[in-house]
Design a binder for this molecule. Structure first.
Ligand code: CP3
Length: 382
């Protein structure tokens, strides 16, 4: 399953970028930087484009989704685009009646609370999510990667993403946002069989969404398990990690041919001629889970702002590239405070094999975009 030669990774367009290099474990002379939720309400050009269009409709409009994805690359000069979509899109395409309520998040008309609810949901075959169902996603990714190839140095990768099964199941079972995800965590123990069926189905649906983005042109993938921090390590390992590994299995077999130019240096007989598509795994409040989150088959671990990167790297045995973890609360602090914090994050990130600078969670909607631009310039100028 080697990605076709026209894929940006196989053609070499993005393979030698800072981002992909760092994700593969090679420390870069200039630390790559991008921001979770870089496309969104912090940008006036985003708010303008979104007027009159509901969030999920915007995600399914290829031209609009592509344009929104590109806005932060043009404005900030970040080292990656992240596909503008939402973790609930594959659920919606599988027929789940879910909407995103402004200021609140995903809300379902019919939460999945009982074994019968799980059976009704999982009666939809994840394989029905084929190229036809995902057509708007494929089109949006193609438009985006074609345009990225013409911007700046032409090597900016697109990161595809998906929600991890637990975070999606938390929305499915709760029916909306929740603080402690108690109903989802209860089902896990009250009916482990129904829970496992729910998780496997969700893994295949979200895995298909991720695979679609990579095949269409994304050069890396990020799995968001935003709410995994609600779990004990035991529950994570027993009831969640197998489904997350299953979701990643949909992209794990995808490899890209190493561009010939990279193979010319010396004794390349020993160098592999194909490489995995790099996968980042991120969660919030997951300091206790970092090692387990790596072990499901991720290449890079995204760290939230609660655990310093040197400590995160220690927990990962100092062998795993890390991404993070500027505290989003610092973005509105006076510049010298933010600058000192960023230098501290970079210093601690040096204890991992390689580091991609990011926030510890998404860009807050009221962030001054000029601060993000300045931060990118600062990191690139070091
Ligand atoms: O990071 C990016 O720039 C890419 C786009 C992206 C969005 N959602 C766009 C979005 C990504 C990667 C996501 C993932 C996502 N969606 C997660 C995991 C990441 C995380 O933040 O922990 C989660 C938990 C969701 C579910 C979700 N969607 C929430 C909680 C919300 C916020 C609701 C609100 O209005 O406050 C959304 C909506 C959403 N997804 C917005 C964007 C830009 C805001 C909607 C808008 O602009 O009207």
């Amino acid at each position: 399953n080697t990605l076709a030669p026209a894929h940006p990774l196989s053609s070499g367009t993005t393979a030698s970028s800072r981002l992909i290099g760092a994700y593969q474990g090679t420390r870069q002379p200039v630390t790559p930087v991008w921001f979770m939720r870089q496309a969104g309400r912090s940008l006036p050009e985003y708010r303008e484009l979104r007027v009159g269009t509901r969030m999920l409709d915007a995600c399914l409009d290829p031209a609009l989704a592509s344009e929104i994805t590109l806005q932060p690359v043009r404005r900030h000069g970040v080292d990656a685009a992240i596909f503008f979509s939402d973790i609930v899109i594959p659920l919606r395409l599988a027929g789940v009646d879910v909407d995103i309520v402004p200021g609140k998040g995903p809300v379902l008309s019919a939460p999945v609370r009982t074994a019968a609810d799980v059976d009704a949901l999982t009666a939809v075959d994840p394989a029905s999510l084929d190229a036809t169902a995902f057509a708007p996603i494929i089109e949006a990714v193609r438009l985006t990667t074609a345009e990225l190839a013409t911007l700046g140095t032409g090597d900016t990768p697109l990161i595809g993403f998906a929600g991890a099964p637990f975070t999606l199941a938390a929305y499915l079972v709760e029916g909306g946002p929740s603080k402690d995800h108690i109903r989802a965590r209860t089902m896990m123990h009250a009916d482990p069989g129904a829970w496992a069926r729910l998780m496997d189905w969700t893994a295949d649906v979200t895995g298909a969404f991720l695979r679609t983005q990579v095949l269409a042109g994304a050069s890396a993938a990020q799995l968001f398990d935003s709410w995994a921090g609600a779990l004990s390590l035991d529950d994570y390992v027993t009831h969640v990690a197998p489904a997350s590994a299953r979701a990643l299995s949909h992209v794990r077999d995808l490899t890209f041919e190493v561009p010939a130019a990279e193979l010319t240096e010396g004794d390349d007989a020993l160098l592999p001629t194909s490489r995995n598509v790099p996968i980042v795994h991120f969660g919030v409040g997951t300091g206790e889970l970092l090692k387990a989150m790596h072990e499901i088959g991720a290449d890079v671990v995204g760290v939230d702002y609660r655990v310093p990167l040197d400590e995160a790297s220690r927990r990962l045995g100092h062998v795993v590239p890390v991404q993070g973890n500027v505290d989003p609360a610092m973005l509105d602090a006076p510049w010298p405070v933010l600058e000192a914090h960023v230098l501290d994050v970079l210093g601690r990130g040096a204890s991992a094999p390689s580091h991609v600078l990011n926030l510890g969670h998404g860009v807050p909607p009221d962030t001054d975009p000029a601060v993000l631009t300045r931060l990118v310039e600062f990191v690139h100028g070091l």
